[in-house]
Design a protein around this ligand. Structure first.
Ligand code: ATP
Ligand code: MG
Length: 295
């Protein structure tokens, strides 16, 4: 097994609540194998990004605190790794693509310099003199035309979609065993989004890479993921194969999420249900809104 998260709990300390703070990831467990894609879905603030950043301990500690659990990467617990081991894992064995390419690309360095730096850190097999050629190869692979010329470009000279491709190239050139893609297409328009998703699927299949795909977009889950974990207030409330979870959801919250997706073939109604429609007064998920499929 490539990745095994077992009973992970994470808390953020708060100055006004020194005794404990708030648990934002609560007893989360999941597994991910090479060549597979696990989608993590759930409303804003449910703990998706925090659990993904935790995989290589990217959260600032403090305020983050790992309360309990294990993160086993190829059988070794990330939570007990030495700093030098962690540095090799970050961007090496585990690559990240975030929603905003602008926040991950360095604005004052050319693409060639940035990809070259990733190669220097994580690809000892590529000689320094061969780094430009290797960087250009990855730019081409993610669909950037005239890659050799683009090595000299700065991020602001690229469109949003091209920046996102460059970030994927930078993450992939290290040949990660696991790519974490956190809302990788949310900031892009629909046609670019479709291209990036196609690219991720191709790369996963061709490189045998595992993909942890975080999204709000349930139709994208169907087109890319094998399994899905549904998060609600820090907990995984349901997980299983995409077909099982999306076609026969068991948990009221999953049903609520699915009901909130606008459907072109459904009869028009006054408004779409929201998550609040499914919450009972005590804040626990409950099916209260049952008439939404009727006209
Ligand atoms: N550095 C931090 N310090 C304190 N609290 C934090 C920190 N980072 C995240 N949180 C809190 O942890 C909770 C989970 O946040 P997280 O970013 O994982 O949500 P998410 O599911 O990724 O949401 P979104 O869909 O909006 O990206 C939120 O309540 C958030 O406010
Ligand atoms: Mg997030």
């Amino acid at each position: 097994m490539l990745l095994e998260v077992r009973h992970l709990s994470i808390r953020f300390a708060r100055r006004d609540a020194p005794a404990g703070g708030r648990r934002v990831v609560d007893d989360v467990s999941w597994t991910l194998d090479a060549g597979r894609c696990l989608a993590v879905v759930g409303e804003s603030g449910s703990g998706k990004s925090v659990s993904a950043m935790a995989l290589t301990r990217l959260l600032p500690e403090p305020p983050a605190r790992y309360d309990a659990g294990e993160i086993l990467l190829e059988g070794r617990n990330v939570l007990t790794m030495r700093p030098d081991e962690l540095r090799a894992v970050r961007g090496g064995k585990v690559g990240y693509v975030f929603q905003e390419p602008a926040s991950s690309l360095n604005p004052v360095l050319t693409l060639g310099r940035q990809i070259g730096e990733a190669l220097r850190l994580h690809r000892a097999d590529i000689a320094p003199a061969a780094r430009d050629a290797e960087a250009a190869r990855w730019l081409e692979r993610v669909g950037i035309r005239e890659p050799a010329r683009r090595l000299g470009a700065y991020p602001h000279e690229l469109s949003g979609g091209m920046q996102q491709r460059a970030m994927i190239a930078m993450a992939l050139c290290a040949r990660p065993a696991l790519l974490v893609a956190d809302e990788p297409t949310t900031a892009l328009d629909v046609s670019v989004q479709a291209e990036i998703i196609r690219l991720l699927r191709e790369l996963k299949d061709q490189l045998g890479m595992a993909l942890l795909f975080i999204t709000h977009n349930l139709p994208l889950v169907r087109s890319l993921a094998d399994e899905v974990a549904v998060m609600f207030r820090g907990k995984v409330v349901e997980q299983g194969s995409v077909a099982r979870v999306l076609d026969a959801p068991e948990h009221p919250y999953t049903r609520a999420l699915l009901a909130c997706v606008p459907r072109l073939d459904a009869p028009r109604r006054a408004r779409l249900p929201t998550i609040e429609d499914f919450l009972a007064a005590d804040g626990k998920a409950a099916v209260r809104y049952t008439v939404f499929q009727e006209s």
